[in-house]
Design a protein around this ligand. Structure first.
Ligand code: PA5
Length: 461
């Protein structure tokens, strides 16, 4: 299994020139920093330090998650309530590994429950989900690491009351699974009070790094995703990384180094552009991981998700000819799931399309990725090509671990803490204050004072 190719990464230093070039020797110059950062991550993980626990997830025992997922798999629908790191990883796993239009497929083709995510606090969305499910055969998973996030709490209050009113307390309780910290927050006392099912989210794993814990695995397993293989891909990447100590042989160090060095050269936008619809959500998951982990102390690069080939017809003009403030990663999957060979049309009108006849749709997509990379290189923009042989659980697990490692490593190079999120907490505290939560009066006063500045002048039409 470990001998399988996990991914390949390519970068040409000759593309960028002049003072803002980033060369291979710039990368090798970071070798000692990488070694130090790698040791820092491994030591933190082995000591169970706050935030470092994701490194141990591929090897953690997951029997309790699998057991609970077997019950979930018997439900007609699953509604997951959570936001940020308690939602984006699930959407990424399902988007990458389940057939598209999952909920629309007939039950016989799915063989597993439909899945709905209630993440945003949007009354219309939440009502729509409620209208689409049969409460009797639905399970509600509520996920919150802190157990206090207002959006998750509000969405859960809505569904819990609906469930209780429709089915009665005892039946409602049987249909709820809580995933939260062992002690913190209001959800653990709810578990103790109602006796509903629950799993413990490891204390040393932060929200955006939690997809390979019960947060991501529980619903993924219930929907038929092979989570053991997902974890073995994550393990394999970890093993492979730990064996390579030379920068230019280590794709994770190269990606981290390029991101760091280009950031230093004022390329502060990090564009991730997969050429696969199934990786669209990967871009969203990555955006949270990268943005929240590294946007600190006046530093960071803004993650931007693009999708090939769609954004060739939307953003490439800007990417090639606009400001040189971006680093690009073009992502491809070598072998698609079920390719389409384009048929030869009978109509004369289509003669000029004969160059497409008999060609594979996957090949066209990958040529487009190559064409975009070339267009970027021609305009002197730094571009990384990352490809995986096939998009399956093994390779997705590898990609997840790889990007989490690259993010942690880059944080260390930047001398920021990649595992905290004070800016997110600030927003949460202001919300608590505005909603009248006790103990948050000072925050409410602060928001009001700031709002007065923001709205200094209001002009209406
Ligand atoms: O990464 C993080 O810690 C955050 O973005 C959280 O995932 C997000 O705020 C949701 O928090 P919680 O899971 O505590 O409800």
């Amino acid at each position: 299994m470990n001998e399988k190719l996990l991914m390949s990464l390519a970068y040409g230093s000759a593309v960028t020139t002049g003072e803002r070039a980033v060369t291979f020797s710039d990368l090798t110059g970071l070798e000692d920093s990488f070694k130090e950062a790698d040791a820092w991550l491994r030591q933190g993980a082995s000591e169970g330090k706050d935030g470092f626990g994701w490194m141990n997830l591929p090897k953690r025992n997951v029997d309790d998650i699998q057991a609970l997922s077997r019950w979930l798999a018997t439900r007609e629908s699953i509604v997951q309530i959570g936001i940020g790191g308690s939602a984006l990883g699930n959407l990424m796993l399902h988007g990458a590994l389940l057939p598209p239009y999952w909920n629309e497929l007939p039950k016989a083709k799915r063989g597993s429950p439909r899945f709905f995510m209630s993440d945003n606090v949007d009354p219309t969305d939440n009502r729509a989900i409620w209208e689409l499910i049969d409460p009797e055969s639905t399970a509600i998973i509520v996920v919150s690491k802190s157990g206090s996030t207002a959006e998750t709490a509000s969405n859960f209050l809505f569904f819990w009351e609906k469930l209780r009113d429709t089915l009665g307390e005892a039946k409602a309780r049987e249909r709820v699974v809580v995933v939260t910290d062992k002690e913190k927050g209001i959800l653990r006392p709810f578990v103790n009070e109602t006796g509903c099912k629950s799993l413990i989210l490891p204390a040393d794993v932060g929200g955006r790094y939690s997809v390979l814990s019960c947060v991501g695995l529980l619903s993924a397993w219930a929907l038929g995703i092979d989570c053991k293989t997902l974890l073995s891909g994550a393990s394999a990447v970890d093993e492979a990384i730990s064996k390579t100590s030379s920068v230019l042989d280590n794709p994770a160090w190269i990606l981290s180094g390029l991101s760091y060095l280009h950031m230093k050269k004022n390329r502060n936008l990090n564009i991730i552009m997969p050429y696969a619809d199934s990786l669209d959500r990967f871009g969203e998951w990555f955006a949270q991981l990268w943005g929240e982990s590294l946007g600190k102390d006046g530093q960071g690069s803004t993650p931007v998700r693009a999708l090939g080939a769609i954004d060739q017809h939307s953003q490439i003009q800007l990417y090639t000819s606009g400001p040189d403030d971006k680093l690009f990663t073009i992502m491809t999957v070598e072998q698609g799931q079920k390719d389409i060979v384009l048929p030869a049309a009978q109509e004369k009108a289509f003669e000029k399309l004969s160059y497409l006849y008999g060609k594979s749709m996957d090949a066209l997509r990958n040529f487009e990725a190559g064409a975009t990379s070339a267009a970027l290189a021609k305009s002197g923009k730094p571009v990384i090509s990352l490809s995986i042989p096939v998009l399956d659980a093994y390779h997705l697990g590898a990609m997840i671990q790889f990007y989490e490692y690259v993010t942690g490593l880059t944080g260390r190079l930047m001398q920021v803490n990649p595992f905290d999120q004070p800016g997110v907490e600030q927003g949460k505290d202001y919300t608590y204050g505005l909603m009248g939560r006790s103990g948050f009066d000072a925050q409410a006063a602060e928001v009001r004072a700031l709002s007065a500045k923001i709205n200094e002048r209001i002009v209406s039409l």
